[in-house]
Design a protein. Structure first.
Length: 90
């Protein structure tokens, strides 16, 4: 039986180079906020149709990683949803 060689040769890649976490992601794309684009509706507690899109079936506010809403708009959205709940609009 031939012996196995443990050292890396010049022509071979190490196992770390083969792992995907160390390689750059080729398919990365930037998410755009649907409430920050031109012509987007204004976030307001009276706009019930808009607010219902960002609330789950159980009445919880959906996180921004799911809805792709920017951090600033997410804060406005959550405040508007809470106000609408308080006034029993939702």
């Amino acid at each position: 039986m031939p012996k196995r060689q443990n050292g890396n040769k010049k022509g071979r890649q190490s196992n770390f180079a083969k792992l995907s976490i160390f390689q750059p992601n080729k398919y990365k794309f930037k998410k755009t906020c649907p409430l920050s684009v031109k012509g987007a509706p204004e976030v307001d507690y009276k706009n019930i149709k808009l607010l219902k899109k960002y609330v789950s079936e159980n009445g919880k506010i959906l996180p921004s990683r799911i809805t792709n809403v920017s951090q600033k708009k997410q804060r406005e959205l959550s405040l508007s949803i809470k106000r609408a709940r308080n006034l029993a609009l939702i």
